[in-house]
Design a protein around this ligand. Structure first.
Ligand SMILES: Nc1ncnc2c1ncn2[C@@H]1O[C@H](COP(=O)(O)OP(=O)(O)O)[C@@H](O)[C@H]1O
Ligand SMILES: [Mg+2]
Length: 319
């Protein structure tokens, strides 16, 4: 069996994982992918969640190539190439996920699962992903919160783990669930390392919470750093994004255009004149939110570059 760890092609794969839902895995996957693609990097985003929410955030709902994860199942099960929806944005491709991924949990529990090439569902997935990953600068895996097999697939294929979390108790509980899974995956994938914890939907004024989180994280583990950048709380912008299938920076652009158009309509109104409907008012915080994602994407790249620079030559040449 060729271990994934000898595979250079998987060296830029990042799993976004947390044992809980609603902590930003999908929003962060979509927006970091979009930010990196916009900056000229070639990016692949892989939806490894049954919810298939990535399609909402990236707006490829109804795309004829969106198969709700069936192609991922076939790739693992029959060795076919992973399906790719190309150019979801310029420089950004997606492997679609969704309800069919449920099949993989069932498959892993049968003796047939052990007969897959590589000896199991997670390894078979890592091998299929390796066939694609080398074509991209960065690959992001949007993980399922509560499905061990889908999480193991991601952790076998990834080089880095990024944990988005809220600072509430559910977020911490979900964060604590990651450690044991990473430990288990490292038996097959010893290169797997923590890129960091990222605060999501964070109150920008809560500096005390942020420093408390740092201290608390240090108690949990001395190997998991906290990202300096974070994603601010912005419910209206998040709502508008998901409803429109837009990333934060795209919503920000439209919000600015729409604000100008509204102003023009209001200026043109005359008493007794024709009433023209006002263009929609879009979230005014999208711009700040987009700025947060831009900073997080940059910090992610910096952390990857630092990790690559510190990789011993002997290990790097063996990959
Ligand atoms: N910056 C934000 N502030 C507040 N809520 C947000 C923000 N970004 C996204 N949300 C909302 O949080 C919820 C969970 O986000 P999601 O990325 O789907 O989490 P997960 O993938 O971990 O389940 C969604 O309803 C989303 O609209
Ligand atoms: Mg999600």
């Amino acid at each position: 069996m060729v271990k994934k760890t000898s595979d250079e092609r998987l060296s830029r794969v990042v799993a976004l994982i947390n044992g809980k839902g609603g902590v930003g895995k999908t929003s962060v996957t979509a927006n970091i992918s979009g930010q990196l693609a916009r900056a000229g990097y070639s990016v692949l985003a892989v939806d490894l969640d049954l919810s298939g929410n990535l399609k909402l955030d990236l707006g490829y709902v109804g795309d004829p190539l969106d198969d709700d994860g069936k192609g991922v199942v076939d790739a693992v099960w029959q060795g076919q190439a992973l399906p790719v929806i190309t150019n979801v944005r310029e420089n950004l491709d997606v492997v679609p996920g969704g309800r069919h991924l449920e099949m993989l949990a069932a498959l892993a529990q049968t003796p047939m699962g052990d007969e897959l090439p590589g000896g199991g569902v997670p390894t078979a997935f890592a091998e299929r992903l390796a066939e694609l990953a080398g074509d991209y600068d960065v690959v992001l895996l949007d993980c399922a919160p509560g499905n061990p097999i889908l999480q193991d697939m991601a952790l076998h294929a990834a080089h880095y783990v990024l944990i988005p979390t809220k600072t509430d108790s559910a977020g911490w509980e979900g964060l604590r669930m990651v450690g044991p899974r990473v430990k288990k995956a490292r038996k097959e994938n010893p290169d797997l390392s923590y890129l960091g914890v990222l605060l999501f939907a964070h109150q920008t004024t809560a500096t005390r919470v942020r420093s408390g989180t740092k201290a608390r994280l240090a108690e949990v583990s001395d190997t998991v750093p906290l990202f300096d950048s974070y994603i601010r709380h912005s419910e209206t912008a998040a709502h508008d994004c998901r409803e429109r299938g837009q990333l934060a920076h795209e919503l920000a652009r439209d919000a600015s255009d729409s604000a100008k158009a509204r102003l023009n309509v209001l200026r043109a109104r005359r008493p007794g004149g024709e009433v023209v409907a006002l263009p929609a008012q879009l979230s005014g915080t999208a711009d700040s939110l987009a700025g947060d994602y831009e900073k997080v994407a940059a910090e992610m790249l910096t952390r990857i570059a630092a990790a690559e620079a510190s990789t011993p030559i002997s290990s790097a040449s063996g990959r």
